[in-house]
Design a protein around this ligand. Structure first.
Ligand SMILES: NC(=O)c1ccc[n+]([C@@H]2O[C@H](COP(=O)([O-])OP(=O)(O)OC[C@H]3O[C@@H](n4cnc5c(N)ncnc54)[C@H](O)[C@@H]3O)[C@@H](O)[C@H]2O)c1
Ligand SMILES: O=C(O)C(=O)C[C@@H](O)[C@H](O)[C@H](O)COP(=O)(O)O
Ligand SMILES: [Zn+2]
Length: 376
């Protein structure tokens, strides 16, 4: 794969019939948000939801871009971090949207990372039985993954993302300029989801990442190329299987283990964030595939080496503060949304870029594998 000639704005279309939408990718999109939104959603008012880290950096520029385009807006700022994906904050967002008399034809905007996107999208999906929704993702993770595809929701004490709806956005504005203020830890976490697309079914993209990841971290054309490639990969899967009846489950590579680890660390972002859980989960998925004689252990070592190179955690013992016993992880795994008739479904692999959906994975095998890997 070669780098593009210029870092100009890119557009990826998510093809879903009457619910199709564009993902605009490039620098300066917050400054031109008013014009982009005004051109598509004529005469709408807007409720913007953001978090306390993003608000001081980007709320005012976003609101003034709307004001310049003659769009009236209200805003709601929430605490940052995974714990915000809760009923309490869902209620706050619904109250703010209704209190501002945002109508169905108006729009609810998520300005922030995946936490704000998932929560706000859920609120937009249920307020007035479905309101228009715009994603303005500000983290790498949100730009390459969570802002696309319409999965929205909150966490439950029974597990991650267990309460939510599918609700597609009408537009995604991914301003790549804002990624310069993201912490290195959060940038790395988002990178795990970028690498995921290579590991699912794009071995050439994974090899390109192994070579070019430093350029992605430092910004410029390689970063935009990686974001656009990721969005296109996700858009293709979502267009083929919007509601995860089959193929879309591939996007869950590393997530069955990762979500169990997030639940086990009580969604404490100081200990583990989603992308870190996915990084550890993808290494575990490759190691488990090797243990089941589906793939070579060399592939698992290659995945581990690359994620370690970029500075991501690659094993459970990298999680600070210890973990509950394996049986607790197994309980979270049993609540995974891919479980069918009580049988576990995992995304396993035959090698780099050869992932597949494995139904009916024996729980006993998973348990003994996790016992080997658990730091105790
Ligand atoms: N719906 C989906 O398809 C999907 C896909 C992947 C992940 N997710 C969800 O997304 C969430 C993780 O998203 P995330 O990694 O963006 O976490 P996040 O929303 O917590 O954002 C990470 C941190 O970065 C801060 N931040 C965001 N943008 C910033 C910027 N430009 N400058 C400075 N700070 C900034 C945030 O305030 C936060 O502290 C998880 O809840 C995960 O389950 C959903
Ligand atoms: O969009 C999807 O489909 C995904 O699985 C993307 C994942 O990266 C994301 O973390 C998603 O929220 C997980 O979905 P879930 O259904 O396992 O909760
Ligand atoms: Zn994810």
């Amino acid at each position: 794969m070669t780098s593009p000639a210029s870092a100009a704005r890119r557009t990826v279309r998510v093809d879903l019939g009457e619910r199709s939408y564009d993902i605009l990718i490039g620098p300066g999109l917050i400054a031109s948000a008013g014009a982009e939104i005004g051109a598509r959603l004529k005469g709408c008012r807007i409720a913007v939801v953001t978090d306390e880290h993003v608000a001081p950096l980007y709320l005012e520029p976003f609101l003034s871009s709307l004001a310049d385009a003659g769009i009236e807006a209200v805003s709601q700022v929430l605490p940052a971090g995974e714990k915000t994906k809760s009923f309490e904050h869902l209620m706050t967002v619904c109250d703010a949207v209704l209190g501002a008399r945002i109508e169905r034809g108006d729009a609810v905007v998520a300005l922030g990372g995946g936490v704000i996107g998932d929560l706000t999208g859920f609120a937009a999906g249920i307020v007035r039985r479905g309101s228009r929704f715009i994603q303005v993702p500000t983290s790498l993770l949100a730009q390459v993954d969570s802002s696309v595809g319409g999965k929205t929701g909150i966490n439950s004490r029974h597990g991650k993302n267990l309460i939510g709806v599918f609700h597609q956005p009408d537009l995604v504005l991914a301003d790549t300029g804002v990624l310069d203020t993201l912490s290195p830890r959060e940038f790395r976490a988002g990178y795990a989801e970028v690498a995921k697309y290579g590991l699912i079914d794009k071995p050439d993209f994974f090899a390109w990442l192994e070579k070019n990841w430093r350029d992605i971290f430092s910004g410029g054309e390689a970063r935009i190329e990686a974001i656009a490639t990721s969005c296109q990969a996700k858009a293709d899967v979502v267009a083929a299987d919007e509601r995860e009846t089959g193929l879309r489950a591939l996007l869950n590579l590393g997530h069955t283990f990762g979500h169990a680890l997030e639940a086990a660390t009580e969604y404490d972002s100081a200990r583990l964030v989603h992308g870190e859980g996915v990084a550890i989960g993808m290494v575990l998925a490759h190691q488990f595939s090797a243990r089941m004689n589906l793939a070579s252990p060399d592939d698992a070592r290659r995945v581990e080496a690359h994620l370690k190179d970029v500075g991501l955690p690659v094993s459970m013992d990298a999680i600070p503060g210890g973990l509950p016993p394996v049986e607790v992880l197994m309980e979270a795994i049993a609540q995974d949304k891919k479980v069918k008739s009580g049988r576990l479904t995992f995304i396993l692999t035959r090698g780099i870029g050869q992932s597949f959906v494995a139904d009916d994975v024996p729980a006993s095998e998973v348990l003994s594998f996790l016992k080997e890997k658990h730091p105790r």
